[in-house]
Each structure stands twice: as C-alpha cells, then as structure tokens.
Write a protein that binds this ligand. Sequence first.
Ligand SMILES: Cc1cc2nc3c(=O)[nH]c(=O)nc-3n(C[C@H](O)[C@H](O)[C@H](O)COP(=O)(O)OP(=O)(O)OC[C@H]3O[C@@H](n4cnc5c(N)ncnc54)[C@H](O)[C@@H]3O)c2cc1C
Length: 475
Amino acid sequence: MNQYDLVVVGSGPAGRRGAIQAAKLGKKVLVIEQGKRVGGVSVHTGTIPSKTLRETALNLTGWRERGFYGRAYRVKQEISADDLRRRLLITLDHEVEVLEHQFSRNRVHNIRGKASFIDPQRLEIIKDDGERIEVTATSILLAVGTKPFRPDYIPFDHKSILDSDELLEITDLPRSMVVIGAGVIGIEYATIFSALDTAVTVIDPKATMLDFIDREIVEDFTYQLRDRNMKLMLGQKATKVEKLPDGKCSVTLDNGRIIHCEMVLFAAGRLGATDTLNLSAAGLEADSRGRLSVNPETFQTTVPNIYAAGDVVGFPSLASTSMEQGRIAARVAVGVIAKEPPKYFPYGIYAVPEISTCGLTEEEVKERGIPYECGIARFRETSRGHIMGLDAGLLKMIFSLKTRRLLGVHIVGEGATELVHIGQAVLNLKGTVEYFVENTFNYPTLAEAYKIAGLDAGNRMGEVNVEKIEKKAAQ
Ligand SMILES: Cc1cc2nc3c(=O)[nH]c(=O)nc-3n(C[C@H](O)[C@H](O)[C@H](O)COP(=O)(O)OP(=O)(O)OC[C@H]3O[C@@H](n4cnc5c(N)ncnc54)[C@H](O)[C@@H]3O)c2cc1C
C-alpha cells in the first residue's frame, strides 16, 4: 500500500508540478509536505505573499496615481499591517484551495509530515502527532526548496528583527527599516515598504546590486529609488544588530556608522532545506549552502532514482523555473521523454518599480564580442504612459548587427513583468529588429514601447533586405 511510482518531498512549485505531471502519466504519486498546508514557500512565505503585499501597498497608497495627483496623494491615509494582511489571507486561501483541488482531481496522495531517507528507495515520514510512516518509491523527487539564512550575529526576535518569512506576520508597520541584503528579496521588500512611506535603508557589502541585470536598467532603477529618498548603502557591511531598551534597533556598520530604526529585515541569502533529509542514508551530499547538484537536463542527482528540482538545485531559484524543472524531472523519473525547454526564460523582480529581463545584457553582449545596437523607449513617449501619468519606465532591446536578431530585452517600470513576454517570444523564435519595426501594436498600450525601441535601434542599424535576413534567421 505504501509503495509508489514517484514520491515527491515538498509541495512548492517544483513538487506540485512534478507530482501532477507524473499522475497525469498514470503513475501512483505521493507528495509529502511538512507545512500546515500545501503550496511551499511560493504560496506561504515567498512569491504569492510578497506579490500580494506589493499589490495591496500600491492600491492602498494610490501609488500608480501619484504621477497625476502628486507625491502626497493617498487612497487611504492610515494604512495598517491588518489592511495588508487581510488581502494576503484571502489570496493564500484561494491559492491553497486551487492546489488541493488539483491534487485530488489528479489522484495525487498527500501526507503531512517531515520526510527523511532510510535508504535510496525508502523514506520515513514523521507526522505532527509523532506517528511514523514508511513509504517505498521507485523514484523520488526532492523539491524541498530553501529556508532563510539566519546567521548567529543577528538577534532575530520575531518582532522587529526579522527574516523574510517572519516579515509577513508583523502587527505594526514600521516608520523606519533597515534591510540587510540588496538581493532580489531584500530589494523587493525595501521598495514595497518605501512605497508605504517607511524610511528604508538598504545595506549590502557588495558595491553593486542586482548584478545579473543590465546595468543601464539598474542605474535607472537606482535613480528612482534615491529620488524618493531610499538610502542605498552599498559596499558597507552590517557587523552588529542590537535591540535597544526603547524597543528600537541599531545596526552598526564596518565603518563605525550606526543606524537606528524600528525594524530590521535580514534578507541576505537562503539555504537549501536539506539538513533534515538524512541525505547520507541515500548516498547523497549537499554543498555548503544545502544545495544538491543535478544533471541540468534530467534533474537526476548522483543517485540514479533520486531527482531534485526547484530552489534546492540553485540558480535561477524562481517559482516559474521551478515548475518547469519539476515537470521535466517527473517525466524523466517515470521514463517519459521530456523536451528541452526554450532557451530564454524571463526574470521578474517585483520591486516598486518592477524590473524584468530576458536574454543577454549589454555587458554580456560586449563580453562575447558580439557587434550590437541598442534601441530604447521611455514609457513617457507612449500615449498609454501619458494616460497613466507615468513619468518613469524604460524598455531597452539589444540587437545583433550581424544577424539583426534580438539578443536581449530589459525593462524597468509599470507592467515590466508582463511586457517582457513579447520580447521573450521574439527571442525564442529568433526574431529580428524588423518584427518590431513592421508590426502593428495595440494603441494606446505600453507594449508600443517595443515599436519605439525597435525603430530607435532600426534607424541606426539601417535598412536591409528583410527576406534574406528572415530566411537566414529561420535556418
Ligand atoms: C520573498 C520571496 C519572494 C519571491 N518572489 C518570487 C517571484 O516573484 N517570482 C518567482 O518566480 N519566484 C519568487 N520567489 C522564489 C520562489 O518562491 C521559489 O523559487 C519557489 O518557491 C521554489 O519552489 P520549490 O518547489 O523549489 O520549493 P518551495 O516553494 O520552497 O517548497 C518546498 C516545500 O518543501 C517542504 N519541505 C522541505 N523539507 C521537507 C521535508 N523534509 N519533508 C516534507 N516537506 C519538506 C517545505 O515545507 C516547503 O513547503 C520568491 C521567494 C521569496 C522567499
């Protein structure tokens, strides 16, 4: 009875998609999840909550209308942590419900408990009430994700010195906040709280931030953050964090500077959640950050019947890519061919403002020695931008001078994470600058920025024999 074709540990995007894929292929599948409800970090503490918080903050503050009515404009004057949580709970409930329904519809079994290896084909599950269950699997998919890195020198108190999981449980909105870590999670939360009028300081030992993003986009983004008084203290390290007798916090930097604030968010890194899996019993070993290495095409670990997908295998650590990895891993695990996914996937940073990117950055194009041309459009050049009152927003495309093909698309501003998919499609379908120059876009839309940027690049690249180029690109 406890014998399965595939046992999946973790019900986040990778586990969920893998389990459903295997079930759809007629396999007997079990998902083990230690959390109270299915969904993983993505649903409970990561993607969905942070994006819901962002949407709520933008709506309640009237952020999107400030271009018209000025920076003092507010939809709701006093915004409380309760206001933010209310929408969060409704969204999360709905997400979990959809997931539970997907599992039951596809006959995926589901046990709540903590899994660990007995040997490469057997797992032990310890339930909350202490009950022990043993299951056997032909294949196992580890989709255990990550948990926040909590260094000893940070006195986390679950109230005002927090990691990114705990931030969602705050009961009062802070008036000032220090965010340690200028990675994607740190920057997203820093800008969301800044939109809520919290005075935010971001500290990071690295002199630059978001290094995988095109520099021109980061420069524009940084300008917008500084313009609204966010403090970016890059190239400076936090060496001590303390809770003061008056309830406030102090953060000491390596240059001796001390910053006082009401709340500290530590968002500098996450570790693979492999420490309780008893990996050695399966013949597996994680790296120093708790991550597992896999064959990037099959997601097979060094033990042939054990697969790993999602954040536990490292970069790019996105819900979107984790789902695809889980699906491929499950297909390979049950012996069904998995097609290689298209080369280019988008990266979305849901900061305020949004950033999204797909393909090569200008820095990467230069490094590879590819002759190129860029096309740029500012959202304020579009009629839609005027209607929306946008005074910022930038779309940049990079084209090869030789093949005229699109090499990369980079956007900062309203709707960036949606807009990027047009560029992604053209990239994966090997389209050229002519696609943007000759196509008609809905008017008025922000997508029209693609046309403007295409014309900008096209004008400098000169006219060509389009037929010849398209034939060549299709080869
Ligand atoms: C604040 C934040 C914002 C984010 N925003 C975005 C975004 O906007 N877009 C995006 O694409 N990605 C985003 N991400 C990343 C995204 O959440 C992850 O890429 C995604 O959740 C990874 O999915 P996963 O399936 O690998 O694992 P997870 O979602 O981490 O789920 C793993 C599950 O495994 C369970 N588990 C672990 N160990 C065991 C065990 N031994 N036994 C049983 N169960 C176990 C855990 O309880 C957990 O439920 C964000 C992450 C964070 C933290």
